[in-house]
Each structure stands twice: as structure tokens, then as C-alpha cells.
Design a binder for this molecule. Structure first.
Ligand code: FAD
Ligand code: SF4
Length: 329
């Protein structure tokens, strides 16, 4: 482990100023991603700015949205009564992630910014990784790629964004609140992430030093149906092979609104708008769900190790739609 300076930020402005002014500084929240990567020698910040005492903790409830402070833990968000009643898709995605111990440490801000689980990225002894060493190639394209992405990727990088809750949040049109040294801004989560197809290094639109202060989540309308289905190699404590988060409004036997997020397939949490277009205006039926799933995966780019995901993702989406609408095959 390389030596680094540990700093505890006194307030948000001081935290932002400290990291902005130092290109070798990083934030430390729950540490469940950051410290792992430092131990593995992937990241080597010279200064860690601990933000855990900042007043960015807790959930404010409005009539149509909730505002979640960035330091709220995954367990706290999952247990919130409004989330239980009005955002079950968020609760399900949270509780299917990691373990109870991790969820009690891991913050929502940190979850959105977790780094890829690509084994080659996480092993500095592997020379070919465009994300870690730009221009060096991508070992995963010809290597073990079972946990890699098929949407928003290219032969430059097929790394997956592994967050579960971000899949639900992109489907819900959540908005990220950001503070930097130039002020505050809000960005829809669907625009926050960048695809790795062109540039494997840039993962989101945060500038160095910008801090996520919170996330706004619109509540689902009364009567909306939603669900999150995660398919994985073992039943707990495992990342998704593929997952689907679905929220539907059905009136008079017709799907009036559809929002779909896919996990385990994208270089970013994937909003499947082409699938939504197939669903909206149609009655709930398996044939429609299959057409929507085909549309969602139409742009897939695969390597031998990821080819199985095209069908698995389609089946997972169809099953999730069936589950939330109680339509049988
Ligand atoms: C064994 C294991 C299994 C896991 N399984 C799952 C899973 O199944 N599903 C899932 O979704 N996740 C899973 N995770 C990931 C886990 O959810 C994340 O590690 C965690 O949410 C990160 O939050 P943190 O507070 O610990 O962030 P940290 O590790 O402290 O930070 C992560 C990154 O975000 C930056 N950062 C943190 N907060 C902010 C902020 N407010 N503003 C700007 N930058 C910030 C840090 O500088 C760092 O780069 C797993 C992790 C582990 C270790
Ligand atoms: S998939 Fe991306 S992160 Fe993994 S080895 Fe290739 S370039 Fe690196």
C-alpha cells in the first residue's frame, strides 16, 4: 500500500476546494470501492478526503419526489417507508446488491460511482487495459468476459457498470445533484454516464473535484407497477449477469407509460427507450414483451464471452414484464 494523506472535510465547500485544487486527491465515502482499488494497486491517490461527516445524509420527502443525500447508505434508502410504498423497484434493486454489511457502509453517491468489476482493470499485472492504461488494448475482448457489457461498448473496452440501483434510477428519471467549485448543477442520471465505446477512461460527466451531494427520485404514480429482476450465478452476494428494472402504468387495458432499465449489459446503467416505444400504447401481452426485448438488445456488440447475454437479457426483460403485469406465457 502506498502512503497517502488522510483529510477529514469540515464542510462541503472545503471538501470540494481540497479535491478540486489537488489532481491527486479523491473523495472517500464508505470506502467499499475506493479502498479495495487502492489495496489492489489500481488507484493511488496521494490525498483522501473523507466526506462521511458532511451533512449529506438522510432523505427529504416531497409530494412527488424524494431527495436522497449522497451519504445515505443503501440499507437506509431501502428501509425508507416512502421507498417501500412508492418505489419498490428501488428497494428491490438495493436489497439484491452486495451484502447487508456492505450495504450498511456503502453510500448512494459511492454506489453511482462504483468502478467496473472487470478483472483485468482490477489487476495491474495485466498490461492491456485501455481504461487503466490508455492505448494499451483490452484484455477482456479475447479473455474472460462473462461479467462484461454488450451495449455501449466496442473493442476498445467492454467494461460493465455493475450498479443495481442505478438501473432502477435511470428508469425512474432520477436526477443527480452536483456541487463543484463553480457552483451547483443538476443532471438527469440518463445523461450523467458516458459510454465506453469511444473513450474507456471517462465514465461520467463529473469534473475532477465535483461532489455528488444527492439524488432526486420522482415517485411512481399511485397504481404503477414496478419490479427489478436480477439474474446471477449464485443467489446472493453476486453481481448481475443481467438484470431488468421495469415501471409500467396500465389503464383501460393499455400500457400508458413504460420505463425500462437494464443492468449487466451496458457500459452504463442502460435505459431501454426503444423497448419502451414498443410497449407504450399496446396491451400487456407476451408477444409485445418479446418484441420490446428484441428492440432493447438490437444494438448489442458481443465477443464470444458475452454472446450469451443477448438472449439472457431478452428473456430477463420478458420475465420481468410478465411478473409485474401477471401475464403468463
Ligand atoms: C464484494 C462486493 C460486492 C458488491 N456487490 C454489489 C452488487 O451486487 N450491486 C451493486 O450495485 N453494488 C455492489 N457492490 C458495490 C458497492 O455497492 C459499492 O462499492 C458502494 O456502493 C460504493 O459506495 P461507497 O460509499 O463505499 O463508495 P467509496 O468506495 O467510498 O467511493 C467510490 C467512488 O466514488 C467516489 N465518491 C464517493 N462518494 C462520492 C460523492 N458523494 N461525490 C463524488 N465522488 C464520490 C470515491 O472517490 C470513489 O471513487 C459490491 C461491492 C463489493 C465490495
Ligand atoms: S474491458 Fe475495459 S476495463 Fe476491462 S480490460 Fe478491457 S479496457 Fe480494461
Amino acid at each position: 500500500m502506498r502512503a497517502f494523506e488522510y483529510v477529514r472535510a469540515a464542510d462541503v465547500d472545503a471538501a470540494v476546494a481540497t479535491v478540486t485544487d489537488d489532481p491527486f486527491a479523491s473523495y472517500l465515502a464508505g470506502g467499499t470501492t475506493q479502498v479495495d482499488l487502492m489495496k489492489d494497486g489500481v488507484l493511488a491517490p496521494e490525498r483522501l478526503v473523507d466526506i462521511t461527516r458532511l451533512p449529506l445524509h438522510g432523505i427529504e420527502h416531497g409530494p412527488d419526489t424524494i431527495h436522497v443525500g449522497a451519504l445515505t447508505t443503501m440499507e437506509e434508502l431501502a428501509a425508507d417507508p416512502t421507498v417501500v410504498a412508492r418505489l419498490p423497484i428501488v428497494r428491490e434493486a438495493l436489497l439484491l446488491g452486495a451484502s447487508t454489511q456492505l450495504r450498511n457502509m456503502a453510500t448512494i453517491g459511492g454506489n453511482l460511482l462504483q468502478r467496473t468489476r472487470c478483472r483485468y482493470f482490477r489487476d495491474p499485472s495485466v498490461p492491456a487495459c485501455n481504461k487503466r492504461s490508455p492505448g494499451s488494448g483490452c484484455a477482456a475482448v479475447t479473455g474472460a468476459a462473462r461479467m462484461h457489457a454488450i451495449l455501449g461498448v466496442s473493442d476498445r473496452c467492454i467494461a460493465l457498470h455493475a450498479s443495481d440501483v442505478a438501473v432502477a434510477l435511470v428508469a425512474l428519471n432520477a436526477v443527480v445533484r452536483i456541487q463543484g467549485d463553480q457552483g451547483r448543477r443538476s443532471v438527469p442520471l440518463t445523461e450523467f454516464y458516458l459510454e465506453s465505446a469511444e473513450d474507456p477512461v471517462a465514465e461520467n460527466m463529473l469534473a475532477h473535484g465535483e461532489l455528488i451531494t444527492g439524488i432526486e427520485i420522482p415517485l411512481l404514480p399511485e397504481g404503477a407497477r414496478s419490479g427489478y429482476l436480477k439474474v446471477r450465478d449464485r443467489v446472493s452476494y453476486e453481481f448481475a449477469l443481467v438484470s431488468a428494472g421495469v415501471a409500467l402504468v396500465i389503464e383501460d387495458g393499455v400500457i400508458q407509460d413504460a420505463r425500462i432499465g437494464l443492468g449487466g449489459v451496458g457500459s452504463k446503467p442502460w435505459r431501454a427507450r426503444s423497448a419502451e416505444e414498443v410497449l407504450i400504447g399496446a396491451p400487456p401481452a407476451v408477444e409485445t414483451y418479446r418484441a420490446a426485448a428484441a428492440a432493447a438488445l438490437a444494438g448489442a456488440w458481443t465477443v464470444p464471452g458475452t454472446a450469451f447475454k443477448v438472449e439472457l437479457a431478452q428473456r430477463t426483460l420478458v420475465r420481468t414484464l410478465q411478473n409485474v403485469t401477471e401475464v403468463s406465457s
